[in-house]
Write a protein that binds this ligand. Sequence first.
Ligand code: NDP
Length: 495
Amino acid sequence: MTIHHTTTDAGAPAPSDEHSLTLGPDGPLLMQDAYLIEVMANFNRERVPERQPHAKGAGAYGRFEVTNDVSAYTRAAVFRPGAVTDVFARLAGNVGERGSADTLRDTRGFSVKFYTDEGNLDIVGNNVPVFFIRDPLKFPSLIRAAKRRADNELHDNNMLWDFWTLSPESAHLVALVMGDRGIPRTFRHMNGYGLHAFSWINSAGEIHWVKYHFKSNQGVEWLSQQEGQHMAGTDPDCCLRDLYESIAAGDYPSWSLKVQIMPFEDAKTYRFNPFDVTKVWPHSDYPLIDVGVLTLNRNVTDHHSEVEQAAFAPSNLVPGTGLSLDRLLLGRSFAYADAHRNRIGVNHNQLPVNAPRVAVHSYSKDGRMRFVPATDPVYAPNSMGGPRADAYRAAEVRWRADGEMVRAAITRHAEDDDWVQARTLVRDVMDAGARNRLVNNVIQHVSQGVQEPVLSRVFDYWKAIDLETGQQIEAGVLANLHPSATPAPRMENAR
Ligand code: NDP
């Protein structure tokens, strides 16, 4: 093995790996020890700010292969029959910090960057198909309520349930997270969902609304509350380890990408507001259509430059794909790119993991850490032969909008309320065992620190989802809080 000589970051030979420059062996350090200063200064700057949500995650490269023909709905090259596209995926926790356990009860991030022939397409989703809130104005509060208190830096279930119960649109996702899918066994054993309604436009200019579903070909598996707590103590990095080791062993995880397609006009009269991200489109109304298979087959070699600095943004769209009227999506289309500008820098798209695999001809210029040179002309329009936008190639999806400016809740369609789909989940999708585990998970969570007046609201919230489930939760929590007054319910968290 060749041993190289240490250099400074500027490539000059380093004077020592172990000894600072001092005035005599016992004297003070000398300011002119530029190498010591470089070593210490680099160390001080090793960490970039961690992501606000989704701080801890694993990443891997792979491929996406189209297996069906969806060209009637989109002209995107990445979804053409037979197309094969390189991808990078990041699978992550949510509110836990970078050092947190992988088995906290929470949602998981599921983000995929497709390096397509028409630029990068990012699908930035979660392991559950809906979200807690539907207006981006509430997003920072949602995350702050789940993170740490200002005074003692502790997590506080009381503030979490305070926010959730004052935001009844959270009911569907809270029911999902408190159920089995709240602790995926591994990142490989969870689905990914694009969450929002997006738009697709075909070669004829016709628009459809679309939802993305990545179905795990490993199956959906989960850990009980006790198993999750046990793993948090024994192998808190179990999901990162599992993904890395599976890929290293050649056991490549894959997901089948399926879509639900809604004709443009259906959106106006559909029984649920289709742009409400707290709701799914029931499969019976819009069945899943196969698109292709996503396979992760190559590990990163430097977690920091490839996973930490990976920057996914729902605004990274390619011709044939677009946004929708979902206001959380419209908010995210600003917030993600802006978070990366703050966290990594304005030129984050020049980093190898983020850089598109096609030539970039933008008019962006300068800024910190730019290393791809800008070229003249640096303005548009120009008469110097600079790049010219082509609206046809961009295939921007547009629709008609008209109305007064208001601050109001989104329009409710015939069957919209905040409880209906949570109730379907709890009553019709979960079997008795799953419902029992849900009840016990909630009892345990709420018994840890939730106080009046939040406590009564928690019971009302669950009774609004499902009366019987709410009554069981109320009885169980009260028995835990006042053990002598009420007979204790059975705490069954075992599978
Ligand atoms: P279906 O009755 O056709 O199927 C229910 C779906 O729920 C399954 O396909 C599965 O989704 C998911 N699921 C199954 N068991 C559980 C569980 N224990 N916890 C959480 N999710 C589970 O669904 P509908 O479309 O009629 O919707 C009914 C309810 O199903 C919704 O209110 C929603 O809560 C849930 N659901 C619906 C999804 C959708 O996009 N329509 C997606 C996921 C859940 P999958 O196959 O994706 O694993």
